[in-house]
Design a protein around this ligand. Structure first.
Ligand code: GLA
Length: 664
């Protein structure tokens, strides 16, 4: 590829053919070089069973090609046509409550349905045969946002597939009974044929059954992807992607990322939420990390407001551009939108498009044109293309822990991604870029590894973290780590498993502060916990979590102050091999957390980025990118050439402004 990809979802079937010609002209005007075509075209391609109509799609692809626009061609399996559901209602998805989800919307299929998979395979085969050699084709787009609406299906076909999956995993029913702890509440199974998906039940369901069903459901969706990818690969060597959805709970993207040729992501931060830039940055870093540092594609973002929030905020002038550069700075080699032309009919007509209802004489189209011109400029942004983003800090992210920690009947209500985000914000405030990692992945590039609430941890994961510290790393372990093993059995003797040795502590008892709704009866809010210690910058506050930690051989670096936990350890440090291992027994608020990370990162020799309030800095290749997310002009003293202007850096950056600084 010679430049950044730029474009969006293109749904020509929603428009008469005259509009297609205008589309190509406008795409040229906007600098568009890639269109994602056919994502929801099944009913148009196969209007009746076995009757394929490709004439219209031939014309669209030829027009795009003649206009110099490449194609990311979809397999069109994301929304089965009504005739299929009418003929085979057994392929429709069913909720845990037993409600069937019918046609008339999209994604109305059970991922385990052999019928769905058979019809999908036939469609994909026909599309691949027809277009594998089309000169416009540069990327295959399998399905769309797997699991977005239907991630778990509880129908009888799913039950049968779940049983096979369990049999494969456990081999014998005795092993399953042991893993699921079915001695509890009379849940014992005599054979695999007695097992059902965790359908609606009177009260708490078996936690291991639920976790296995989460694992199974991610695997089933991935099996759908794999089946389509195999058909494509048998006939075509063009790269394959499917669009991820950032921190999406239902799909373990570590496994998925192994199967795609290029990671692509859909991202819709809320312009009305002041934390959106930071959360979006975290999402970009996950995408880069999933691909092992390789460039990724922003497959979808909105050029303006979306249509699916209660209140759909418009993007501020310049915000779409600023957020696009955030992606580029954090490793993206393409910026695409949902969608090219704003629809006039259907459920997404109030979702912004690159060509909005107002036409081309609009702010949205002008901003689309400006960004397209910048990304296609012969010099400037290309200094970033294909370049790596180097991080010296890793944060462990783990889908099993996410699934398990959010189950009911847990020590406290936790939102796993919020735990991770609080550490991410701390790292960002301390001026570092992070990668996301797996505990058993390669941790050697990192001077510091942070482990937020790795609630479910295998012996291998714990051993890998120990080896990291012993080998000279600075390991930071957050609360609610190592509580359960992979079968969700409690790790006894002080939780933490083998990390007890690493950290020199054990956890005797959980003691979270009162939940906000109880506290509201009295003081009006959840009481903060107070912590004290040089390592947290003196006196600080914490929230959400407290516990009784017993020190075996660690140093206590901060203690809880006041309340029942008064004097008990809140932060500990332990020398381990040639490294050190920290334990944090609470969720520190942002100020003490940043002070703490500052201490750890300085000792570990981690390089820092400049820090200016409201400004995001990140380095890609040799370029320092500065993005002003605040609503005021800020002063910047970084010297160099701004690649966007070709001039020396201005010393200031306006609201939503971006500078690509070649230093020196
Ligand atoms: C998702 C889908 C698109 C569209 C957008 C709207 O990302 O993939 O088809 O529905 O949401 O925001």
């Amino acid at each position: 590829m010679s430049g950044f990809w730029y474009g969006g979802d293109y749904n020509p079937e929603q428009w008469p053919a005259e509009v297609w010609r205008e589309d190509v002209q406008l795409m040229n005007r906007a600098g568009v070089n890639l269109a994602s075509v056919g994502i929801f075209s099944w009913a148009r391609i196969e209007p009746r069973e076995g009757e394929f109509d490709f004439d219209w799609l031939d014309e669209v692809l030829d027009l795009l090609h003649a206009g110099g626009v490449s194609v990311d061609l979809a397999t069109a399996t994301a929304s089965p046509p009504p005739w299929l559901a009418l003929k085979h209602p057994e392929m429709l998805p069913v909720t845990a409550e037993g409600v069937t989800l019918w046609s008339g919307s999209r994604q109305a299929y059970c991922p385990s349905s052999p019928v769905y998979r058979r019809y999908a395979a036939r469609l994909v085969t026909a599309i691949v045969e027809r277009y594998a050699d089309h000169p416009a084709l540069v990327l295959w787009h399998v399905n769309n946002e797997y699991g977005c609406h239907v991630s778990h299906c509880y129908c009888d076909a799913s039950a049968a597939a779940f049983r096979s999956w369990l049999e494969e995993k456990y081999g014998t029913i005795e092993r399953l009974n042991e893993a699921w702890g079915t001695a509890f509440w009379s849940q014992h199974y005599a054979g695999f044929d007695e097992i059902l998906p965790p359908r609606s039940a009177p009260t708490f369901k078996n936690p291991t059954q639920v976790l296995d069903f989460d694992r199974f459901s991610s695997d089933e969706l991935l099996a759908c992807f794999r089946a389509e990818a195999e058909i494509i690969r048998s006939r075509s060597s063009i790269p394959i992607t499917t669009n991820f959805m950032g921190f999406f709970k239902a799909a373990d993207y570590w496994a998925w990322a192994q199967e795609v040729d290029i990671v692509s992501d859909d991202s819709y931060p809320d312009p009305a939420d002041p934390l959106s830039p930071a959360y979006a940055a975290m999402q970009r870093d996950l995408m880069r990390s999933l691909g092992g540092g390789k460039p990724w594609l922003l497959m979808e973002q909105s050029p303006g407001a979306v249509n699916w929030r209660e209140r759909n905020a418009a993007k501020l002038p310049g915000q779409m551009r600023a957020w696009s550069y955030q992606c580029v700075a954090r490793g993206a080699d393409g910026i695409l939108f949902f969608q090219w032309r704003q629809a006039v009919a259907g459920a997404e007509k109030f979702h912004a498009g690159m060509v909005p209802h107002g036409g081309t004489d609009t702010r949205i189209f002008r901003e689309v044109e400006q960004l397209g011109a910048e990304l296609r400029a012969p010099s400037g942004t290309d200094a970033l293309l294909g370049q790596p983003v180097t991080a010296q800090v890793g944060i462990v992210f783990d889908w099993d822990s996410w699934w398990a920690i959010e189950q009911p009947a847990s020590p406290t209500k936790v939102q796993y991604v919020h735990e991770v985000f609080s550490w991410y914000l701390g790292a960002a405030a301390a001026g570092v870029t992070v990668d996301f990692v797996q505990a058993t992945g390669d941790l050697t590039p990192y001077r510091t590894v942070i482990v937020p609430s790795l609630f479910v941890a295998s012996d291998e994961q714990l051993a890998a973290l120990d080896a990291y510290a012993a080998g000279g790393g600075a390991l930071v372990v957050g609360h609610l780590t190592g509580i359960l093993d992979k079968d969700l059995h409690a790790r006894t003797g002080g939780y933490l498993g083998a990390l007890r040795e690493t950290l020199g502590v054990r956890v005797e008892e959980f003691a979270p502060p009162a939940a906000p709704d109880l506290a509201a009866v009295g003081a009006g809010r959840a009481p903060a916990l107070h912590v004290r210690g040089d390592v947290v910058g003196g006196d600080g506050t914490a929230s959400e979590w407290g516990e009784y930690v017993v020190v075996d051989s660690a140093e206590v670096e901060a203690t809880f102050v006041g309340g029942a936990l008064d004097g008990h350890p809140a932060v500990t440090r332990h020398a381990r091999g040639s490294g050190e291992a920290w334990y944090v027994a609470t969720r520190l608020d942002q100020v003490p957390l940043t002070a703490f990370l500052d201490r750890v990162l300085t000792a570990a020799g981690v390089d820092r980025l400049p820090q200016v309030p409201g400004v995001e800095f990140v380095r890609r290749g040799d370029v320092l990118v500065a993005i002003n997310h605040s609503d005021e002009t800020v002063v910047l003293d970084q010297q160099g050439t701004d690649l966007l202007t070709g001039e020396p850096t201005a010393g200031r950056l306006e609201a939503q402004g971006v500078a690509l600084i070649a230093e020196g």
